[in-house]
Design a protein around this ligand. Sequence first.
Ligand code: DER
Length: 255
Amino acid sequence: SVLTNSKRLAAYKAVDNHLDSSTRIVGIGSGSTVVFVIERILQRGGLKEAENEKLKKLDVNNCVFIPTSFQSRQLIVDNGLNLGDVDQYPVIDITIDGADEVDDNLNAIKGGGACHLREKVVAEISKKFIIVADYTKESKVLGEKWTQGVPIEVIPFCYTLVLSSLKKLGCPSPNLRMAKAKAGPIITDNGNFVIDAHFGPLDGTKLFDNGNRNTPGDMMKQIKLLTGVVEVGLFIDMAEIVYIGCEDGINVKHI
Ligand code: DER
């Protein structure tokens, strides 16, 4: 489909532009777009048929891949790539991950896959953090297209308190994310719950009593301070380059 191809385009371009024979430690994000990141790595590493044999070879056997979730760990293991963890590799060369929405400042909403805590750890210890996404993720203002809400990982014991704190912060209907193939709420890889809180477009037009505004940065800070919150799916000033796959090519965004 056009959407799938746009994901593949973005993922391939990011791998081709940033992974080469000097690459050693690679963070692998979570979600559906990073599946194509692995696909391209396998092609470049000679482990999978590539349409263009002249591709710069990736020395995959000398690379170690760091997962950001159980799903991303499965991608690494199932494809026979070397698996590492953040304790063995406290500094990562480059991480490529997806996003739910990206604005013109390269700030992102992440956590659609409920993996944003480990994604943020891996992104934070990476020298270079690259986002790959399809064209439905590109927005002028965060919260404009992604209306499912900012994903917030919370301690199960605290979710009722966090729900009421988010309402006081201006979210009319924060929502405990329920599982589909399991009764009850989804449980993250860290054993926690996720609350999705939509605040509308984070356009900075709202001024709080404490002097903060409803900008991505101020909202990330205010949500993070709420008792019971573990991590917020707002990635502020973290991505260096964003590859947006479009129907007719790639839109590369960097500051
Ligand atoms: O949860 C996340 O942050 C993931 O990166 C996810 O949101 C990416 O979604 P995708 O399936 O569109 O790549």
